[in-house]
Design a protein around this ligand. Sequence first.
Ligand code: GLN
Length: 482
Amino acid sequence: MLNQGLTEISRALTRGDYTSAELTAAYLERIEQHNSGLNAYITITGEQALSQANAADALRASGNAGPFTGVPLAHKDIFCTTGIRTSCGSRMLDNFIAPYNATVVEKFNQAGAVMLGKTNMDEFAMGSSNETSWYGPVRNPWNRELVPGGSSGGSAAAVAAHLCPAATATDTGGSIRQPASFCGLTGIKPTYGRVSRWGMIAFASSLDQAGVLTRSAEDAALMMNVMSGFDPKDSTSVELPVPDYLADIDKPLQGLRIGLPSQHFAEGLGKDVELQIRAALAEFEKMGATLKEISLDNSHLSVSAYYVIAPAEASANLSRYDGVRYGYRCNNPVDLEDLYKRSRAEGFGAEVKRRIMVGTYALSAGYYDAYYKKAQQIRRLIKEDFMRAFAEVDVIMGPTSPHTAFALGSKTKDPVKMYLEDIYTIAVNLAGLPGMSIPAGMVDGLPVGLQIVGRDFDETRLLNIAHRFQQATDWHTRTPGV
Ligand code: GLN
C-alpha cells in the first residue's frame, strides 16, 4: 500500500482494503526505517497522526467520509501547525510552536487528512539544494550523494522515497518545480493568489506561493481541490471560484498549441536533458498538439531581477525576528542592541544573512531607484513577454532544470552558481503564472523534469496536459529503490 498514490489510497480507503490507522502505522514504520538516511522530515508527528487516522476511520464508519478522509500527507515545515514546531529550517524558529494552523493546513485537516510530519527545507526557503537547513541537508533518494533540489527538498525526498504519498511545498523562484525535477515527481506551483499564504512563513511575499509535490497529476488535482480558494485572511488571495481540477483532467489535447522559448533550449542546457525533453514534446505532437518556437526576450534578466526583489522583500519580512517577540534569543544580552545583534547573528545562517544584507542595501535611500525600482520594471517586461507569448500559444514548455540532480556540496561555495539553478523557473514567479514540473525522462538513472507554464489561473489546463502525458508514458511511475 505504500506504493500507492493519493488517488489509489482514496479509493482503497473507500473500498475498505485497509483502514487509515493501518496505512498511517505502515508509513510511520517506513519513516522510522528510512528517515535518518534521507533527513527528509524535521519533525515526525506519529501520535497525532494515529489519532487523526482513528478519527478518520470513525468518520468513515459513520458514513461521512470525503475523498481525503484518512489520507496521509506531510507538510513543508514552512506552514504553521498548532502545537507543533514550525522551524522553517532555521535555528531562529527551532523553538517556535505556532498557536494557529496555516490556512492550507487547516483545509487539509478539515478534509480529514492525516499529517505524518513536517518536512525539511532550505532555511526560510532560500536555496536550491536543501543544504542551507539548520537541520542538515536532505539526500536524494535516487542517489544519496546528490541533492534532492530545494527549497522543498524534504517534501520531494519524502514523496520519492515513499515516506508519504504526497506533500505540500512552496515555490518562490522554483522550489517546487526544481525538486520535482530532481526527484522524479509531479509538482505544481499555482498562480499567485490561488492558494492562501496565511500562516505560511513569509520569504518574498510577492512571489511565495503554496503548491504540492505528488506522484501524478491526478494526485496533484486532488490536493489542489482541497487547498485552493479565496481566504479573507490573505489580502493577496484572489476571489475567484475554484474549479473541480479533476473534472477536465481527461480532455484530449487535440489542437493544443505549445510554445517553446528559444532561450530555454540554448547554451547551458545539457544535451542529454534536451534529448529527453524533445522526446517528451514529440509525445505531445502524437496527441495532436503543435509546437511553435517563441521568444521570452527578457528572460536573461529574470535571475538578476529576482535576486534584488526577493532579498528586498526577505529583508523586510525577516526584520520581525529580533529575539524579543518569539524565536531564538541569545544568552545573557548586555543591552537591547546586543540582544538584537547576537540573536540575529546566532539565529540566522549564512545564506539568510547574505540576503538580508543585499535586500537592505537594495532598499536603502540612495540605491532604491537603481536596484529595487529597476528590478520591478524588469519584472513588468518579463510579464509582458509571457502575455505576448500567450497570444499565440496555450502553454509554454521546456526543461525545468538544465541538468539532473547535482552532488551535495558541489555548489555551496558559490552562491551565484546556486542562484542560476532556477534559470528556467524564476520568471514564472516574477510573472505570477502557474507552473508545473513532471517527470519526462531519465539521464544516467536520474529523473528529468519537463516544465509546463500556463496562463493566469489555468491550472486546470496544466493538470489536464500533465495527466494526458502520464496516461501515455510511465516516467512518473519510476521510483528509486530505497
Ligand atoms: N532557489 C531560489 C532561492 O533561493 C528559489 C527558492 C524558492 O523558490 N523558495 O531564492
